[in-house]
Design a protein around this ligand. Structure first.
Ligand SMILES: *[C@@H]1O[C@H](CO)[C@@H](O)[C@H](O)[C@H]1NC(C)=O
Ligand SMILES: *[C@@H]1O[C@H](CO)[C@@H](O)[C@H](O)[C@H]1NC(C)=O
Ligand SMILES: *[C@@H]1O[C@H](CO)[C@@H](O)[C@H](O)[C@H]1NC(C)=O
Ligand SMILES: *[C@@H]1O[C@H](CO)[C@@H](O)[C@H](O)[C@H]1NC(C)=O
Length: 511
C-alpha cells in the first residue's frame, strides 16, 4: 500500500511550475518523498530542481528509492529509468555551477557533498532502452566530471587574467583544487571503448568539482597497461571490489596488478575469472610466479571473496590460497579442473567454517571428486547460503549421494545445478528432500535427461542443453509437477526454474 504522504507527493510533483514556485518553502523533511515521487513518475524538471536545491549533505539513491522496496516494488522498476539518472546528474552539475558562480560569496544553500549512486541493480546481461547500464552510467559520469572540470579551469584562468592582466604563463599554471565539490560514490564498469574517457575523468577527479569515488570496479577485455593506468588513478579509499574479466592477463600480468591492489585497504572482493592462468607443466620461472601470486593474494588483508574461475588450477589450490590470512566467505572456482587433493585441502582449510558462497560449477564432481565434495559440503553446511554446481556431470547416482549433505545446509538460499544429466526421478528426489531447507528461495534445475528428444544428438555435451533439444511437452509436465509439489509442501514462495538467467540478487556482497 502507498502512504498518504507519498500520494500527496505525487500530486505535488505533477505540476512543475507550482512546485518550483513553492520549493523554497517546502520543509526539508519532505525532499526525500518528493524525490522519490518525481523519480518514479519521471517528472524530470521537478527532479532536477530538487537535486539542485538538495537540503542535505548526502543524496543516496539506494536509501531514497529502495529502502522500503516491497511497498513500492510495483511502481519502481528494478533498474531506474535512464532519463531520471541523467536528470540527477544534471541536477548535481547545475548545483555545482551555481555554487561555483557564487564562490566566495555567502552561500547558505550549499549543502550537497556526496551523491551516492551505488546499489543500482545491474547484472550487465540485458540491455533495455529505458534504463541505463552500468557501462553507460560510467561514461556519463566520466564526461560530466571532465566537462565541469574544464569549465572550472576556464573560469579560474579568466579570473586570474582579469586580476593580473594577460600573461602568457597563466595558462601553464596548475589549476587549483576547487574548494567546492561533490563526491560521487559509484560503481564503475569499463572496457577498451570507454577507457580513454574514464582515464581522463579519474585524472582530473582529484581537483574537479565533481569527484569520482569508486566502490566496485569492473573491467572487461582491457589490456594490462590500461588496467594498470586506471588502478593507479583510483582513489584508494572505498574500493570494495575489483573484477577483471576476459583480460587474458596470465600469472605474469596478475603479478603486475596485485601490488597496486594492496593499496586498497578495504578491498573485500577480487574477481579474476578468465585470466588465463594454467598451472600445468610450469617452468621454474612460472613456479616462482605462482608463488609470488599466492603471497601477494595473502597481502590483501580485507579479502573475503575470491573468484579464480576458468583457470586451470589442478592440484595447486593449497599453494594458491595458503597465504590468505583470513577465511574467505565466498569462493568461486568454476571450470578450474579441480582434483581431489584440492577439494580435500578446502575441507581442512580455514575457509570451511565461514564460506557463504561456493561455486564449483564446471568441475566434474563424479567419481574421484564425489567423496571429497560430500565431505566439503558437510563441513560448510553451517554457513553456506549459495551453492553453484552447474555442469558438474551429476547423475541421479551422485545426486542421491550428496543429498544428505545438502540437506544439512540449513541456511541454504540458492542452489544452482543447471546442466547436470539427472532424470525427472532424480529431480523429484531433490525436490522432496529440499523441503527440509527452510531458507531456500531459488533453485535453478536442469532439463531432466528423460525429457530429452531422442531424435536429436547426445545430451552429454553442454551445447545440447538448448531448449530445442528437449521434448517441450515433457518439460512442461515436469514443470507443472514441480509446482504442484511445491504447493503440496506449502513451499510456493520457493522459486524452481530452468532459467539460468533468472534475476539473481545473490551477489556475495549483498548476502
Ligand atoms: C564496451 O561495452 C559497450 C557496452 O556494453 C559496448 O557497446 C562496446 O562495444 C564494448 N567495447 C568493446 C571493444 O567490446
Ligand atoms: C593527468 O593530467 C596531467 C595534467 O593535467 C597530465 O600532465 C597527465 O599526463 C595526466 N595523466 C594521465 C594518466 O592522464
Ligand atoms: C580520496 O577520497 C577521500 C574520501 O572522500 C578523500 O578524503 C581523499 O582526499 C581522496 N584522496 C585523493 C588522493 O583524492
Ligand atoms: C568425470 O571424471 C571421471 C574421473 O574422475 C571420468 O572417469 C569420467 O569420465 C568423467 N565424466 C565425464 C562425464 O566427463
Amino acid at each position: 500500500m502507498l502512504s498518504l504522504v507519498f500520494l500527496c507527493a505525487r500530486k505535488v510533483v505533477s505540476d512543475h511550475a507550482s512546485t518550483r514556485r513553492s520549493l523554497e518553502f517546502v520543509p526539508k523533511e519532505l525532499y526525500p518523498v518528493l524525490f522519490k515521487a518525481a523519480f518514479i513518475d519521471e517528472k524530470t524538471l521537478v527532479l532536477q530542481d530538487l537535486v539542485q536545491n538538495w537540503p542535505f549533505s548526502v543524496l543516496c539513491f539506494q536509501k531514497l528509492l529502495f529502502t522500503d522496496r516491497p511497498r513500492n516494488s510495483a511502481l519502481l522498476k528494478e533498474k531506474p529509468s535512464k532519463l531520471c539518472v541523467q536528470t540527477v546528474i544534471l541536477g548535481v552539475m547545475a548545483y555545482l555551477n551555481e555554487a561555483l558562480a557564487k564562490e566566495g560569496k555567502s552561500n547558505r544553500k550549499r549543502q550537497l557533498r556526496l551523491l551516492d549512486m551505488t546499489g543500482i541493480q545491474d547484472d550487465g546481461l540485458e540491455q533495455d532502452a529505458d534504463t541505463m547500464s552500468l557501462w553507460s552510467r560510467t561514461v556519463t559520469l566520466a564526461k560530466a566530471c571532465i566537462d565541469i572540470s574544464r569549465r572550472h579551469c576556464e573560469e579560474v584562468v579568466q579570473i586570474s587574467k582579469r586580476r593580473r592582466g594577460y600573461s602568457a604563463t597563466t595558462l601553464a599554471l596548475p589549476v587549483p583544487c576547487s574548494s567546492i565539490f561533490v563526491e560521487v560514490r559509484v560503481d564503475l564498469f569499463v572496457n577498451s571503448t570507454s577507457y580513454g574517457v574514464l582515464r581522463e575523468a579519474l585524472n582530473v577527479s582529484t581537483s574537479s568539482p565533481l569527484r569520482l569515488l569508486c566502490r566496485d570496479f569492473r573491467a572487461e577485455e582491457l589490456s594490462l597497461r590500461s588496467t594498470t593506468g586506471l588502478l593507479e588513478l583510483l582513489n584508494t579509499t572505498g574500493v570494495r571490489q575489483i573484477d577483471l574479466r576476459f583480460n587474458n592477463l596470465g600469472l605474469s600480468g596478475l603479478n603486475i596488478l596485485l601490488p597496486l591492489m594492496t593499496k586498497f585497504s578495504n578491498l573485500q572482493s577480487l574477481k579474476l575469472p578468465y585470466s588465463n592462468v594454467d598451472v600445468r607443466r610450469l617452468s621454474p620461472a612460472m613456479e616462482e610466479e605462482l608463488q609470488n601470486f599466492a603471497s601477494q593474494l595473502g597481502q590483501l588483508s580485507a579479502l573475503k571473496e575470491l573468484n579464480l574461475g576458468s583457470s586451470r588450477l589442478s592440484g595447486r589450490l593449497r599453494q594458491l590460497l595458503g597465504a590468505l590470512q583470513k577465511p574467505l566467505e565466498s569462493l568461486e572456482l568454476a571450470f578450474c579442473y579441480l582434483l581431489p587433493v584440492d577439494v580435500y585441502y578446502l575441507c581442512q582449510s580455514i575457509h570451511v567454517s565461514s564460506l557463504k558462497k561456493l561455486d564449483l560449477s564446471g568441475n566434474n564432481l563424479t567419481q574421484v571428486l564425489l567423496q571429497p565434495f560430500q565431505q566439503l559440503l558437510t563441513k560448510v553446511s553451517q554457513c553456506l547460503l549459495h551453492l553453484d554446481i552447474m555442469e558438474c556431470k551429476l547423475t541421479d547416482t551422485e545426486l542421491s549421494a550428496i543429498i544428505p549433505a545438502l540437506c544439512h545446509c540449513s541456511q541454504l538460499r540458492y542452489l544452482g545445478f543447471f546442466c547436470n544429466p539427472v532424470s525427472s526421478q532424480g529431480l523429484r528426489m531433490l525436490l522432496q528432500s529440499s523441503v527440509l531447507l527452510s531458507e531456500l528461495q531459488l533453485v535453478v534445475y536442469p532439463f531432466p535427461v528423460d525429457c530429452y528428444d531422442d531424435s536429436m544428438a547426445s545430451p552429454n555435451s553442454p551445447s545440447s542443453y538448448s531448449d530445442s533439444a528437449f521434448d517441450q511437452e515433457k518439460l512442461a509436465q515436469i514443470g507443472a509437477e514441480v509446482q504442484q509439489t511445491l504447493v503440496l509442501f506449502g513451499k510456493t514462495d520457493v522459486v524452481w526454474t530452468t532459467d539460468m538467467y533468472v534475476p539473481r540478487t545473490f551477489d556475495y556482497l549483498n548476502l
